[in-house]
Design a protein around this ligand. Structure first.
Ligand SMILES: NC(=O)c1ccc[n+]([C@@H]2O[C@H](COP(=O)([O-])OP(=O)(O)OC[C@H]3O[C@@H](n4cnc5c(N)ncnc54)[C@H](O)[C@@H]3O)[C@@H](O)[C@H]2O)c1
Length: 274
C-alpha cells in the first residue's frame, strides 16, 4: 500500500502530487506537446486533432476559413481540456504560412508536432488535364508541406525535437490512372519527408508519411457510388477506412512510441497496397 502523505507538510505533499501526476493512467501520450495540423476543420485532419487532444496535446489547426463548422471543431477539441485555436490560412501560400506559424508560436510557446494534412483532388486523365488542375493540386498538396516544414523546422531545431507527418496516399506509392497530379503530389510528400528525416535527424527532428488507402470522408463521398463500390471490392479487409484508423497511425508517429522511426511510409489501407 502506498504511504498516505495527504495530511503531512508541504514537501511530502508535493511528492504525493508528483507521483500522481506521473501515474501513467493520468498521462496522455502527448501531454505537454503542441500540435499544428493543416486542413483540420473536418475529415482526417479533424480526427487527428481529436485523437491528439484526447491524449493531452494542445492543438493549433488551420483551414481555408474558420466558419461555423470549424468553430464547432474547436468546441469539440476544447472538451478535452486542452488549449485550442483554429487559424484561417491558405497552406499553399508561403508568406501566409510563415505568418500563421509565428502567430502559433507566440500563442502556444513551442511546436512539437506538425501534420501536413491539407489536400485536394482535381482528377482527370492526362490528355484532358489542364495546367490549372496540375498547379492547384501541386500547390495545395505538396508546396503547402514545404511551406510549413520551412516555417516549423527552425523552431523544432532550436528545441532539438519534433515530429513531422506528411499525409501522403497509397497512390503516391503506386500511381493511379486519372490522378497523375494528385499521385505526383503525394509521391512528392514522401520524397520530402525522407529528405527531411535525413537532413534534420541530427537536430532531433523525425519526419514520416502516412499513406491512407480508401478512407470514408467528404473527399471520397464526392466520388460516384459505383467508383466507391469498386474501390471497396479491392480492399482485403472489405471496408473503407475511417478517419480514426488514420488518426491512430498519426498518434503513433507523433508520440514517443515512434522515437526511433523516421523517414518511413506507413500504409493505412486494409492491405489494399501491400
Ligand atoms: N479520404 C481519403 O480516402 C484519403 C486517402 C488518402 C489520402 N488522403 C489525404 O488525407 C488528407 C485529408 O483528406 P480528407 O479526406 O480528410 O479531405 P477533406 O476534403 O475532407 O478535408 C481536407 C481539409 O483541407 C482543407 N484545405 C483544402 N485546401 C486547403 C488549403 N489550401 N489550406 C488549408 N486547408 C485546406 C479543406 O478545407 C478541408 O477542411 C488529404 O491530404 C488527402 O489527400 C485522403
Amino acid at each position: 500500500m502506498s504511504p498516505d502523505f495527504r495530511h503531512t507538510p508541504v514537501i511530502p505533499g508535493i511528492i504525493y502530487l508528483t507521483i500522481n501526476l506521473l501515474n501513467s493512467e493520468n498521462m496522455g501520450l502527448l501531454e505537454g506537446k503542441v500540435a499544428v495540423i493543416t486542413g483540420a476543420a473536418r475529415g482526417i485532419g479533424k480526427a487527428i486533432a481529436l485523437k491528439y487532444a484526447s491524449e493531452g496535446a494542445d492543438i493549433a489547426f488551420t483551414d481555408l476559413v474558420i466558419n461555423e463548422a470549424a468553430e464547432a471543431t474547436v468546441k469539440e477539441l476544447e472538451a478535452y481540456g486542452v488549449k485550442v485555436k483554429g487559424y484561417a490560412s491558405n497552406a499553399a501560400d508561403f508568406e501566409e504560412t510563415h505568418k500563421v506559424v509565428s502567430e502559433i508560436l507566440a500563442e502556444f510557446g513551442h511546436i512539437d508536432i506538425l501534420v501536413n494534412n491539407a489536400g485536394i483532388t482535381k482528377d482527370g486523365l492526362m490528355m484532358r488535364m489542364t495546367e490549372q488542375q496540375w498547379d492547384a493540386v501541386i500547390a495545395v498538396n505538396l508546396k503547402s508541406a514545404f511551406n510549413f516544414i520551412h516555417a516549423c523546422t527552425p523552431i523544432m531545431a532550436k528545441q532539438r525535437s519534433g515530429s513531422i507527418i506528411n499525409m501522403s496516399s497509397v497512390v503516391g506509392v503506386s500511381g493511379n490512372a486519372g490522378q497523375c497530379n494528385y499521385s505526383a503530389s503525394k509521391a512528392g510528400l514522401i520524397g520530402l519527408a525522407k529528405s527531411i528525416a535525413k537532413e534534420m535527424g541530427p537536430r532531433g527532428i523525425r519526419a514520416n508519411c502516412i499513406a491512407p488507402g480508401f478512407i470514408i470522408t467528404d473527399m471520397t463521398a464526392a466520388l460516384p457510388e459505383k467508383v466507391r463500390e469498386e474501390w471497396e471490392k479491392q480492399i482485403p479487409l472489405r471496408r473503407g477506412g475511417t478517419p480514426e484508423d488514420v488518426a491512430n497511425v498519426a498518434l503513433f508517429l507523433a508520440s514517443d512510441l515512434s522515437s526511433y522511426v523516421s523517414g518511413q511510409v506507413i500504409h493505412c489501407c486494409g492491405a489494399m497496397n501491400c
